[in-house]
Design a protein around this ligand. Structure first.
Ligand code: DI6
Ligand code: FE
Length: 407
């Protein structure tokens, strides 16, 4: 190990679940080790025995477990209003159609979001973010998609920016203007897509408001042809793409995302083998969203065994949103991914660390305890990472560290 500098911090006496695939033990576990942090990065992972005898900045973790900070790579955290009463109506037997006619569904959230002040949106999103951070989230993706015009999409993404400024967390903002067709374009979805491709996307990109482009490719969203138009507009500017695909039916969306070297294909309950192979070929991450699967009482499970067989990395995320996944808990999402989709707890952990990092284009810097990676990590009052998956809600978080600083 390099000579320590006085300001380096040694976090010693820990059991590290590094999630480093180069470590042979499950979860990349290393016993009796220390993390050496220089500035905002991990300088080294070293065995206790190799630590220098004296150093100014030492934190004794008393044998606690340390993992990388959690990464929630798919959320719709910013929105106005809520849809609880709509959900209650549904459980009282009112049909989707009737709820839609009464102004419910995605467009209800669009209306509420458009009419909210940035401050009101910020206050609501801050509470949701707090819940995720309290469970150990240090990086979060946040989508727009409830504005559906330039002004309101801008407002949402600016709120995401303010969340990043106000909190010890890294925010990865995504433009999801192609989430739904807004009411005013009901009779001409293509015209709305033209607005997205030719005006909203270029203008908001110019302002540095997002880093990736997403789409809802579905019978109730946008067609594969429309999705491709959007991907062309994005990739022509060098913007990475991803998609909500194969959630309710199989339109070949995952293969399309892969063809554009997309970061991730998300949901993918209806993914077929052609799609799995395309994802494997292009290195597109499979983002599993068991909260939405559960809430919608879906039956069709994502093809986990085929994804495993072809070596497609599987991430797990909350999909936090008011319509289909109102669960701000990544521990719960991990538990659901195991119980409903058959992931192992170790796969679920990889899904909220190194694979989630890759889904956000940060696989070389985030999601592992490893030299050169960002110093985002969590100290737990736990013996083993399986505990957080096994018992969501207990939350044994002891200390959160973001970029080397307790926060
Ligand atoms: N898929 C979903 O499940 C959500 N969005 C999407 O693209 C639904 C979002 C909502 O109902 O508000
Ligand atoms: Fe989503």
């Amino acid at each position: 190990m390099q000579q320590l500098q006085p300001d380096d911090v040694v976090w010693r006496n820990a059991r590290l679940a590094t999630m480093d695939p180069d470590q042979t033990a499950p979860y990349g576990i290393m016993e009796e080790c220390a993390l050496v942090v220089r500035g905002q990065h991990i300088l080294a992972v070293v065995p206790e025995a190799e630590l220098p005898p004296a150093h100014r900045n030492i934190v004794d973790l008393e044998g606690r477990l340390v993992t990388p900070g959690l990464i929630d790579c798919h959320t719709h955290l910013v929105f106005g209003g809520d849809r609880a009463s709509e959900w209650e109506q549904r459980l009282n037997g009112v049909s989707y159609k009737t709820i839609g006619e009464r102004g419910g569904g995605i467009n209800a959230t669009v209306t509420a979001t458009r009419s909210s002040t940035p401050e009101a949106l910020l206050a609501l999103a801050q509470q949701r973010l707090q819940r995720l951070m309290s469970e150990g989230v240090t990086t979060i993706e946040i989508k727009s998609g409830y504005g559906l015009n330039a002004e309101a999409e801008t407002k949402m993404l600016q709120v995401a920016q303010r969340l990043a400024r106000n909190n010890p967390v890294e925010v990865c903002p995504t433009l999801l203007a192609a989430h739904a067709v807004p009411g005013e374009y009901r009779h001409d979805p293509d015209a709305y897509l033209t607005l997205v491709c030719e005006e909203i996307l270029p203008a908001l990109w110019q302002e540095g408001l997002f880093e990736a482009v997403d789409v809802f490719c579905e019978n109730v969203g946008f067609t594969p042809a429309q999705t491709e138009r959007l991907f062309q507009a994005a990739t022509a500017r060098g913007i990475p793409v991803k998609g909500h695909v194969e959630q309710l039916s199989n339109l070949g969306g995952a293969a399309l995302v892969s063809r554009y070297s997309g970061l991730s294909a998300d949901h993918i309950e209806y993914l077929d083998d052609v799609g799995v192979r395309a994802m494997a070929q292009h290195g597109t991450v499979a983002v599993l969203l068991p909260g939405a699967f559960y809430f919608l009482q879906e039956r069709q499970r994502p093809p986990v065994e085929a994804l495993r067989k072809r070596g497609v990395p599987m991430a797990v995320a909350t999909d936090y949103n008011p319509g289909t996944s109102p669960f701000a808990s990544l521990h719960l999402a991990m538990n659901m991914a195991c119980v409903q989709f058959g992931l192992t707890p170790e796969e679920a952990w990889a899904g909220v660390t190194r694979h989630a990092a890759r889904a956000l284009g940060r696989g070389a810097t985030h999601g592992q305890l490893k030299a050169g990676f960002v110093a985002d990590f969590i100290v737990w009052d736990a013996q083993h990472p399986v505990e957080m998956v096994y018992e969501p809600g207990r939350n044994p978080l002891h200390q959160r560290v973001f970029r080397g600083t307790k926060a």
